[in-house]
Design a protein. Structure first.
Lengths: 424, 319
């Protein structure tokens, strides 16, 4: 500040012009940062919009009487029925590669769809069933326009004959897109057209519940101790520095901690939401402690004086009077902590929550994955159709995060107003 | 009920109460110990496993070796005799990507903070601040996805337009995404320190006829410089510890280079590569991850401690 600067040499107009430029520099910076956010989310939403649509193909499957034994309906050759129905529909498939491509028009799920239909309607045996089957990922991408037609006539992995078949189906109105419920209700799958986020969502929900159950009480209690009971001395300084540093430890280091102590040390099950939740809890703990301490500090001292004056013990004062008033702000901190835990990926990779999980985890001990890890796995996959799924999963994740952050912001604003209005 | 019994009842109640209060007090202390225990757990797990690694590979080879290829140990009896664990390419890779990130984030974040604290109206602030918070709340896996699948191909394409050969997993793509990610961190920290500069200084400058921008450049920024330096250090430490962006967009090629268009790898990306999947806890390959973790922990801890000290001193200056 002891630097001298002279304004005499400059014209007032120059100085004002600089002022305008300087102001715009700030505006442009904010615009760039927020513009990037909007651009990124828009591009990802555009990439992922397709995952909400599922392509279905209508196929007439002749259910001949001789193919079924009425007592053993679930042992019939449904796969063969589908294949022959396809050959009947497109008799021009003769070469080996054409036949393979023909069988690849429908998802491998098609025989199960047929089986379910027959078991439900056994009286249709003998007639021809027209069913809408889920299309394979290649057909799905081509029909939704995610893959362009190459000059040679093929589209991605679809050979030119298959492109012609899809066009023929389109002309016959035997192909359509429906809303992809499976994306929200299904688990992960090797087949992109069948993959869904439900098992990952359950894994995330279980981990976050454990995280909240551990970190919220511990965080609030340690905040109460540090803010209300401990005298300012070396020990409290040590704990305080500890917490600030813990808040800045890279998340992957918490993953290493979980791997060595919880899994190798305590022998807790690998890949389980229990360990995931515990690691996330340790990570969110500093956030919650810092927010809770600020919340306790904002409660007016007159509340404490009044309670003590009426004969309450210090513990009663804190638990009956101060903490309830600080609770909204503490909850805000908890929501922000949970939002961060929701998007956290690296520590979960360390504790093995990257496994290929089809089933919905049924307990906190069973192997699970989490939504951000699922995004990472799909983004890493060579199959193009998985990119669409990853983008859609990102949109789901971001929607959750925005809801959590907004509710935290709203809660905070309400809380601030309350103390200002009453003005203790 | 006579006075004596009432006194007895009261006494028993309060002693039970006192016991309960004592129990609650102990629970409070125990809770506050969890944070300390976590730090202890981190240090112990890193130091023990890293010490085992350093019995296999000398610490000097680890810190100053120029070659990183941990994958070469094939047979059990070859452990330690093969594979090279020179962390220098990882350190330079980490620094390169963090430097790119800071190069993007420092001017943007600082300018945003200046605008928000000095120019923006209250209503503008009430809109922009939550939006920046949302930007800060987007998980790094999303930035990593965007860097790997949109930014990197875009850089590669525009590079080939100029006849440049750019790696598909360039340091630039990861650094750019990371830079945008830490803009809100820098802007919110700098916003705080700028607001801590006494209004008297500002008013004096404005009163002497300086324009707003002159006041900011000659009075506020020099006054807040140490606080801003602290927030930059905190942001740099975040960039060094960031994992998902580099895992997804920077790849695993350990190149000793300062060219942002080359592929580099980082400490965090290598830890993920070494510790995901099946591990053997007695091989140098797995143990090297703990040495890297220890290195990462020490560097970020040092940066944070310095940053916190600077910011604390800064606050004292204006109190």
């Amino acid at each position: 500040m002891n630097r001298h600067f002279s304004v005499r040499s400059k014209h007032l107009a120059t100085r004002h012009r600089f002022e305008v430029i300087f102001k715009w520099f700030g505006r442009i910076s904010i615009f760039l940062a927020l513009g990037f956010l909007v651009l990124m989310l828009a591009i990802i939403a555009n990439m992922g919009a397709g995952a909400l649509q599922q392509t279905r193909i209508a196929l007439d499957v002749p259910l001949l009487q001789e193919g079924f034994d009425i007592n053993y309906l679930d042992e019939a050759d449904y796969d063969g029925l589908i294949k022959s129905a396809l050959r009947q529909r497109f008799p021009d498939a003769t070469s080996r590669s054409q036949k393979r491509q023909l069988n690849n028009l429908l998802s491998i799920e098609a025989p199960f769809t047929l089986k379910k239909y027959v078991l439900k309607n056994p009286d249709t045996i003998g007639s021809t069933a027209r069913l809408w089957f889920i299309a394979s990922d290649d057909v799905d991408l081509f029909f939704k326009g995610s893959i362009e037609l190459a000059p040679e006539g093929n589209a991605g992995r679809l050979i030119s004959e298959a492109v012609a078949w899809v066009n023929e189906l389109k002309a016959a109105q035997a192909i359509k897109t429906v809303f992809n419920f499976n994306f929200f209700t299904g688990g992960d799958s090797r087949e992109p057209e069948l993959a869904g986020i439900f098992s990952a969502l359950v894994g995330t929900a279980l981990s976050l519940l454990i995280c909240l159950a551990i970190s919220f009480p511990i965080g609030v209690l340690s905040a109460i101790y540090l803010e209300e009971f401990v005298a300012k001395n070396r020990w409290s300084d040590f704990v305080e520095i500890n917490i600030t540093n813990l808040a800045a430890v890279p998340s992957i280091v918490f993953g290493i901690l979980g791997l060595t102590i919880f899994i190798n040390g305590f022998g807790l099950p690998r890949s389980s939401p229990l360990v995931g939740g515990m690691v996330l809890a340790l990570m969110t703990l500093p956030t919650i402690i810092i927010a809770s301490r600020a919340a306790l500090r904002s409660v007016p001292i007159s509340i404490r004086h009044a309670a003590i004056g009426l004969g309450a013990t210090p513990i009663q004062t804190i638990f009956h009077h101060v903490t309830p008033l600080a609770m909204p702000a503490m909850l805000t901190g908890a929501i922000i902590g949970m939002a961060r835990a929701l998007g956290e990926t690296a520590p979960l990779l360390m504790i093995g929550m990257v496994a290929f999980i089809v089933d919905v985890p049924d307990s906190i001990f069973s192997p699970a994955t989490a939504l951000p890890v699922q995004i990472f796995l799909w983004a890493d996959s060579p199959e193009r159709a998985f990119l669409e799924k990853a983008s859609a999963a990102i949109i789901v994740l971001v929607v959750f995060l925005i809801i959590m952050n907004l509710s935290a912001i709203i809660l905070r604003q309400k809380f601030q107003k309350k103390f200002c209005k009453n003005n203790f | 009920m006579n006075i004596k019994t009432a006194g007895f009842l009261k006494n028993s109640f309060s002693s039970r109460n006192r016991l309960r209060e004592k129990a609650i007090y102990i629970i409070l202390i125990a809770s506050s110990l969890v944070a300390v225990g976590t730090t202890a757990g981190i240090i112990l797990s890193l130091v023990f496993e890293a010490a085992r690694f350093f019995t296999l590979v000398p610490i000097t080879d680890f810190l100053f070796g120029l070659n990183w290829s941990p994958q070469t140990a094939i047979r059990a009896d070859q452990i330690g005799s093969s594979g090279s664990f020179g962390a220098l390419p990882l350190i330079t890779g980490t620094l390169l990507i963090s430097a790119i990130a800071m190069f993007v984030a420092a001017p943007l974040g600082l300018a945003a903070a200046i605008y928000l604290s000095e120019y923006a109206s209250a209503s503008q602030r009430s809109i922009i601040k939550p939006l920046l918070e949302i930007l800060a709340g987007i998980p790094s896996v999303v930035y990593g996805f965007f860097a790997a699948l949109v930014i990197a191909p875009f850089i590669r394409m525009s590079g080939s337009g100029f006849g440049l050969e750019i790696a598909s997993q360039s340091a630039l793509a990861a650094g750019l995404a990371m830079g945008i990610m830490i803009v809100p961190l820098i802007s919110s920290l700098s916003d705080d320190v700028i607001n801590a500069v006494p209004t008297a200084l500002k008013d004096a400058s404005l009163g002497m006829g300086a324009t707003r921008s002159e006041t900011i450049i000659h009075i506020i920024l020099p006054g807040a410089s140490s606080g801003i330096a602290g927030s930059m250090l905190l942001a740099a430490s975040t960039a060094i510890g960031e994992t998902m962006i580099v895992v997804m967009a920077a790849g695993l090629a350990a190149n000793l280079t300062a060219n942002p268009l080359d592929a580099v790898t980082t400490i965090t990306a290598q830890i993920v590569a070494l510790l995901t999947g099946d591990q053997e806890f007695d091989s140098a390959k797995t143990l090297s991850a703990f040495a890297l973790g220890l290195l990462l922990f020490c560097v970020t801890l040092a940066l944070n401690s310095i940053a916190h000290k600077i910011v604390k001193n800064y606050r004292v200056k204006y109190e």
